[in-house]
Write a protein that binds this ligand. Structure first.
Ligand code: ATP
Ligand code: MG
Length: 470
C-alpha cells in the first residue's frame, strides 16, 4: 500500500499537513482504484482543517509554476500537477433535513467525512500523516467489499439515497464499470426510492448513464436501471422497448433485450460514446411503428425514419449536445437497415455506391452497428449474415477505390452548367446536376470530370438546350 504513495506529491502533502498541524488523507476513488490495481490520476485529499490553505502551501512547495484554482463557495481547491488532478477539501459533516434538499454542512472529523460518502468502497482513506503514513482507514469494511465485489452504502441505504438520489445511479454505474454486485438491501432500497430521482438534474443523471454506456458490458447497468425502475423515470422511450406480443402464434422479439445486446456488441468494437448511443437508439421507434399484418406477421415499417426523428427531443430532454454528434446518431439510426437490405439481396454495385454516398465517412461505424445488430440465437443465421456483410464490406472497398464516393463532390458545378448552356440560375440547373449524380451512382458514367461533362452535354440536349460557343 505504501508503495503507491511514495510519490513526491504525497510526501509534500504529508510535510505540509505536519507543519500546519492538520491531518491529511487521500480518500475515495483514488484509494479504491489503487486497491483494485486501476491506476487513476484523480486524487482527492481531505484535510481535517482548511483544505484550501493546505492546497496553497502544497502548490508553493511543488514549484513556482504550479497554480491552485480555489472555489471558495465550495471550500475546495484544485491543483494540476503533471497528469494529476488533485482536489483538496476540508473534512465535513453533512446533515440532511426532511424538508430540504440542501444539507447543513459543518466542519467534521475524518469519520464524519467518510460517513457522507456514497459506498463503502468509496469511503476508504489512506493516511498521509507521519505517525501512520500509508495506513488504510476503513470504518465500514470497504476493503472486504472490494474483495467480495460488492456495492453497499456505509449507512442505511434509504438514508444514503434519500440524502442524494444520484447515488442510486452511481451504485448501478459502479456495478457496471467494476462488474460488482449491488448488495441486496441496497438494491431493494433503490427499487423503493426511485421516485426521488425526479429532483435530479438531467446532466447529473446522464453523466452517470454515459459512464454505464462506456463500461465494458453496458447491458449490466442498463438492465439494472430497468429492473430497479430508474430507467422508466428518466428514459421512458427505452423502457417502452420492453415486452413481447403474440398473435396467431407469432411473437416478435423483445426489443429492449435485443437493444442492450446490440449495445454490448458495439461496445466490444468501439469506445465511441456516440456510436454506442446510436446502438441504444437504433430501434427506438419500434413500439410506435409496430403492426401486425395477417400472413406477414409483426412489422415495424419505417422505424428507422421515425427513430431518427425522435432523437432531437430525446437529446434535448436529456441535455445531450444538439450538435453534429446528434446528427451523426440520427444518420446512423436512419441508415441502420441499409446494409442489411443490401446483404440479403444480390449486392449490386449501384446499391453499394448509394450507401457509400449516403453514409460518407460514417460508413465504417455504420457497418459496426449493422454487424452488432445480428443477435439471433441461431449460430448458422449469425454466420450467414456476417458472411453477407463481409461481401458488402469487400464491395465497399472495391467501389470506393474505383469511384471515390465517400466524400462525393459533384464533378460538374452549377456554375459550369449555367455557363455552358447560357442559363440563368433556375431549376433546370439543379435537374442536370442531379441527373449527373444519379448517372454516377447508377454506374452509367464514372465519377470524373470528362465523363460527367459529356453526360451534361447529352442531358442538356435531351432537354432542348444547346451548348453556347465559348
Ligand atoms: P470516477 O472518478 O471513476 O467517476 P470516483 O469514485 O472517483 O469515480 P467521483 O465522482 O470522482 O467518483 O467522486 C470522488 C469521491 O467522492 C467518491 O469516491 C466518493 O467518495 C465521493 N462522492 C462522489 N459523489 C458522491 C455522492 N453523490 N455522494 C456521496 N459521495 C460521493
Ligand atoms: Mg474521481
Amino acid at each position: 500500500m505504501k508503495k503507491c504513495l511514495n510519490d513526491r506529491v504525497f510526501d509534500i502533502i504529508s510535510q505540509v499537513g505536519e507543519s500546519e498541524n492538520t491531518p491529511v488523507y487521500v480518500i475515495g476513488g483514488f484509494v479504491r482504484d489503487v486497491l483494485l490495481n486501476r491506476p487513476s490520476k484523480d486524487i482527492d485529499i481531505v484535510a481535517v482543517g482548511s483544505g484550501i490553505e493546505i492546497a496553497e502551501k502544497v502548490a508553493r512547495k511543488l514549484g513556482s509554476n504550479v497554480k491552485v484554482s480555489v472555489f471558495r463557495n465550495f471550500g475546495t481547491a484544485m491543483i494540476r500537477y503533471g497528469d494529476y488532478e488533485i482536489e483538496f477539501v476540508g473534512a465535513r459533516k453533512e446533515s440532511y433535513r426532511e424538508d430540504s434538499r440542501k444539507p447543513i454542512v459543518e466542519d467534521g472529523t475524518l469519520e464524519d467525512d467518510q460517513k457522507r460518502r456514497d459506498f463503502t468502497i468509496n469511503a476508504l482513506a489512506f493516511s498521509l500523516n507521519k505517525k501512520d503514513f500509508g495506513a488504510l482507514l476503513d470504518p465500514f469494511n470497504g476493503e472486504n467489499d472490494l474483495k467480495d465485489k460488492i456495492i453497499r452504502t456505509p449507512l442505511e441505504p434509504d438514508q444514503t439515497f434519500s440524502d442524494d438520489p444520484l447515488r442510486m445511479f452511481r451504485a448501478i454505474r459502479f456495478s457496471s464499470q467494476l462488474n460488482f454486485k449491488i448488495e441486496d438491501k441496497t438494491y431493494q432500497s433503490i427499487s423503493e426510492s426511485k421516485n426521488r430521482t425526479k429532483i435530479l438534474s438531467k446532466e447529473r443523471i446522464v453523466d452517470e448513464f454515459n459512464k454505464i454506456l462506456l463500461s465494458t458490458k453496458p447491458s449490466v447497468g442498463i438492465k439494472a436501471l430497468e429492473n430497479t425502475g430508474l430507467l422508466k423515470e428518466f428514459f421512458p422511450e427505452l423502457q417502452n422497448l420492453k415486452g413481447v406480443e403474440a398473435k396467431d402464434g407469432k411473437m416478435h422479439k423483445d426489443n429492449f433485450y435485443h437493444t442492450v445486446e446490440v449495445v454490448d456488441n458495439v461496445r466490444k468494437k468501439s469506445d465511441d460514446l456516440w456510436l454506442i448511443w446510436a446502438a441504444l437508439l437504433h430501434d427506438i421507434a419500434k413500439p410506435k411503428t409496430k403492426k401486425y399484418i395477417k400472413d406477414t406477421g409483426w412489422t415495424f415499417h419505417g422505424h428507422e425514419f421515425l427513430g431518427s426523428k425522435m432523437i432531437p427531443s430525446i437529446f434535448k430532454r436529456l441535455k445531450l449536445p444538439l450538435n453534429e454528434k446528434m446528427k451523426y446518431v440520427q444518420k446512423l439510426v436512419q441508415l441502420h437497415l441499409r446494409p442489411i437490405v443490401l446483404s440479403q439481396d444480390i449486392v449490386t454495385d449501384s446499391a453499394v455506391r448509394r450507401l457509400l454516398f449516403d453514409a460518407g465517412d460514417d460508413i465504417d461505424d455504420l457497418m459496426i452497428l449493422c454487424e452488432a445488430d445480428i443477435t439471433s440465437k441461431n449460430e448458422y443465421t449469425i454466420q450467414k449474415h456476417l458472411n453477407n456483410f463481409r461481401i458488402v464490406r469487400e464491395k465497399l472497398v472495391e467501389i470506393e477505390e474505383k469511384d471515390a464516393l465517400r466524400n462525393f463532390q459533384p464533378p460538374i458545378s452549377g456554375e459550369l452548367i449555367i455557363k455552358t448552356f447560357g442559363l440563368d440560375p433556375c431549376k433546370t440547373v439543379g435537374d442536370i446536376k442531379n441527373a449527373i449524380k444519379e448517372a454516377i451512382l447508377e454506374g452509367e458514367i464514372r465519377n470524373n470530370y470528362q465523363e460527367a461533362y459529356e453526360f451534361m452535354i447529352k442531358k442538356g440536349e435531351e432537354m432542348g438546350l444547346s451548348p453556347r460557343k465559348l
